[in-house]
Design a protein around this ligand. Structure first.
Ligand code: SAM
Ligand code: SF4
Length: 511
C-alpha cells in the first residue's frame, strides 16, 4: 500500500496538539445514572446500557479540591456521540476543568444529546428537569446542551428551556472555552454553526472506556445520504473525512498505551475519501484500513457503519488480506422490501443488498454480519414486513439493532409521507423481528460450538470475577474462566463449549 509513504512520522507530532496529559493515562470509569431499560444480550433496539453514561477519569478524582472547576457530562445516542464527549473532555481539560461523576460537586453540567428517535429526546428533557433543580440550589452552576438536539432545537433551548446556559452543536466544540467564559459572566450562549471542514483531527480525545483495551476513532463526520427517515444529515451536517495520518497516529498512540483494538467510526465509512491538497494523492476507505492495519499485527481493526450502496469488494479483499482486520461487518438493511427501501431513499433494493451479502460470503467466508432494522415505516404492509423477517433469516445476522419508526421533524419522510402505521402495529412488528433475530442468533452461536477462536481479553465478565470476557474476530462475546498469567489486553485461544443467543462460553487452551 503506497499512500502517503514517508509522511506518517511527521504527522505523529499532530497527536500532541491540544493534549492534557493529566487526563490521558490510566483507567477511566463510566457509570450509569439510573436504571436504563436494557434488553438482554445481542437483541438490542439500541445500546441502552451506555445511554446516559457519565464521563469520568479516575486519575483526576482526588476529591473536591478548592479552586479546581469540575464538569459532569452525560452522553446519549450513537458511538459517534460518545466519541465526541471524549473530544469535549479534552477541550475542557485545556481550560482547567476536571471531570467528576458527582453531579452535586460540578460547576458545569453538559448533556451530549441524540435526536435519532423521539424517545432519546424525551429522556434528555427529563434529565434537564433534574438539572434545573440543582441549578436552583446552586445559582453559579452552568448547564449546557451539546450535540444533535442542540443543533435541531437551537435557540429554542435558551428561549423556552430557561435553565440552559449553553447550546453547542457538534461542529462548535472548539468554541466551548469562549462560550463557557461568557456564560460564567452571566451570558446565555449558543453556537450551532455546522462546518464543512471540522474533523477535530488534531485533538487527542480523553478516552471514555472502562477497559484500556478497546477504543473508538472517528474518521469522518456528518452524512450526505439523506435517508428519508433520518435526522443525522440535518444535525451533523455534510460528510467530511479526517486526514488519514492523524487517524493512523491516533491508532499507533493507542497501541503504545496498551490498547489492542480500534474501531474506525463514521456514519458511512465506505465513502471515506481524502485528498492531499499538496500532492493530490488520494485515500479511500480500503487504503485507510490498510494503513491502520499496518500499525501492528497485534492491533485489531474494526469499523462501523457500512452502507450497502458503498461497500466495495475492494474493502472486502483488504479485510481478507489482513488477519488483524476483524471479520465482522455491520451492514444495516433497514427494510427487506424494495418499495420501502425506495421510500427510505436508501438507493439500493432487496436484490442489491442480497448481492452485497453474497459478496461477503464469497470473499470472507468466515465473516459475521449484523444489521439495523426499522419496523412500521410509512405505509409498510404486513407482506412488506414479512420480507424484512425473511431477510433476517436469509442473511443470518449474528445480531441486529431493531427500532420502530419514529417520525423526526424536518426529515424527507416527515415532509413527504404520512406516519400511518399505528403505534401498536409498529411495536408488534418490532417484537416479531426480535423473536426471529433471537432464534437466528441462537442458531448462529450454536454453530460455533466446538470451534477455537483467537479472543482479545477485555475485562471481567459481568456475571463473575472468576471469568474474563472478550470478543473474537467476528465480534461474538466469549466468556471463559480466568487462567493464571492472563490479563486484559492479552490474546488467548478459546475453545467454545456452549452458547446462548448472546454469548459463547468456552475455555482457554494451553498455547
Ligand atoms: N449511518 C448508519 C446507516 O446508514 O446505517 C446509521 C446511523 S443511525 C444513527 C442508526 C440507526 O438508527 C439507523 O440505521 C436506523 O436503523 C435507526 N434510525 C434512524 N432514524 C430513525 C428513525 N427516524 N426511526 C427509527 N429508527 C431510526
Ligand atoms: Fe442517517 Fe442514512 Fe446517513 Fe445513516 S446513511 S446517518 S441512516 S442519512
Amino acid at each position: 500500500m503506497a499512500y502517503f509513504c514517508g509522511r506518517k512520522s511527521n504527522l505523529l507530532s499532530l497527536l500532541g496538539f491540544g493534549l492534557s496529559p493529566h487526563l490521558l493515562n490510566g483507567p477511566i470509569l463510566t457509570m450509569l445514572y439510573d436504571s436504563n431499560p436494557t434488553l438482554e444480550g445481542v437483541i438490542k433496539t439500541i445500546d441502552e446500557a451506555k445511554q446516559g453514561s457519565v464521563f469520568f477519569n479516575e486519575q483526576t478524582d482526588h476529591g473536591h479540591t478548592p479552586g479546581v472547576k469540575r464538569f459532569y457530562i452525560e452522553s446519549y445516542g450513537c458511538q459517534m456521540n460518545f466519541s465526541d464527549s471524549e473530544i469535549v473532555a479534552s477541550i475542557l481539560g485545556d481550560i482547567g476543568y476536571a471531570p467528576t461523576r458527582n453531579m452535586e460537586e460540578s460547576d458545569l453540567i453538559l448533556v451530549n444529546t441524540c435526536s435519532i428517535r423521539e424517545k432519546a429526546e424525551e429522556t434528555v428533557r427529563k434529565r434537564l428537569k433534574i438539572f434545573a433543580k440543582a441549578k436552583k440550589n446552586r445559582p453559579g452552576l452552568k448547564v449546557g446542551v451539546l450535540g444533535c438536539m442542540a443543533e435541531r432545537l437551537k435557540k429554542q433551548w435558551l428561549e423556552e428551556e430557561k435553565l440552559v446556559d449553553l447550546v453547542v452543536g457538534p461542529d462548535a466544540y472548539r468554541d466551548l472555552p469562549n462560550l463557557i467564559g461568557a456564560a460564567e459572566e452571566g451570558g446565555r450562549m449558543v453556537n450551532v454553526l455546522l462546518s464543512r471542514e471540522e474533523t477535530y483531527a488534531d485533538i487527542s480525545p480523553v478516552r471514555l472506556d472502562t477497559n484500556g483495551v478497546t477504543a473508538f476513532i472517528s474518521i469522518m463526520r456528518g452524512c450526505d445520504n439523506m435517508c428519508s427517515f433520518c435526522v443525522v444529515p440535518f444535525t451533523r451536517g455534510r460528510e467530511r473525512s479526517r486526514e488519514p495520518f492523524s487517524i493512523v497516529a491516533e491508532a499507533r498512540d493507542l497501541f503504545e498505551k496498551g490498547y489492542r483494538e480500534v474501531t474506525l467510526l463514521g456514519q458511512n465509512v465506505d465513502s471515506y475519501k481524502w485528498e492531499n491538497p499538496e500532492t493530490k494523492e488520494r485515500a479511500d476507505f480500503a487504503g485507510l484500513l490498510e494503513m491502520t492495519a499496518a500499525v501492528h499485527p497485534d492491533l485489531r481493526v474494526r469499523f462501523s457503519t457500512s452502507h450497502p450502496k458503498d461497500m466495495t469488494d475492494k474493502v472486502l479483499h483488504v479485510m481478507a488480506a489482513h488477519e488483524n482486520i476483524c471479520k465482522y461487518i455491520h451492514l444495516p438493511v433497514q427494510s427487506g422490501n424494495s418499495r420501502i427501501l425506495e421510500m427510505m431513499n436508501r438507493t439500493y433494493d432487496r436484490a442489491w443488498y442480497m448481492g452485497r451479502i453474497e459478496s461477503i460470503w464469497r470473499i470472507l467466508p468466515d465473516a459475521a454480519v449484523s444489521s439495523d432494522i426499522i419496523t412500521g415505516f410509512c405505509s409498510e404492509t404486513e407482506e412488506e414486513h414479512q420480507e424484512t423477517i425473511s431477510m433476517v433469516s436469509w442473511a443470518k445476522y449474528c445480531m441486529s439493532y431493531m427500532f420502530s419508526y419514529s417520525e423526526r421533524p424536518g426529515t424527507l419522510a416527515a415532509r413527504k409521507y404520512a406516519d400511518d402505521v399505528p403505534e401498536e402495529v409498529k411495536k408488534r412488528r418490532l417484537s416479531e423481528i426480535i423473536v426471529v433475530q433471537r432464534a437466528v442468533s441462537q442458531t448462529y452461536n450454536e454453530g460455533e460450538i466446538g470451534k477455537t477462536f483467537r479472543v482479545l481479553v477485555e475485562r471481567d465478565s459481568s456475571k463473575s470475577d472468576q471469568e474474563f470476557c472478550g470478543r473474537n474476530s467476528q465480534n461474538s462475546m466469549c466468556v471463559f474462566p480466568k487462567k493464571e498469567g492472563i490479563k486484559p489486553g492479552d490474546y488467548v485461544q478459546v475453545k467454545i463449549r456452549a452458547a446462548n443467543s448472546a454469548t459463547l462460553m468456552g475455555d482457554i487452551l494451553d498455547c
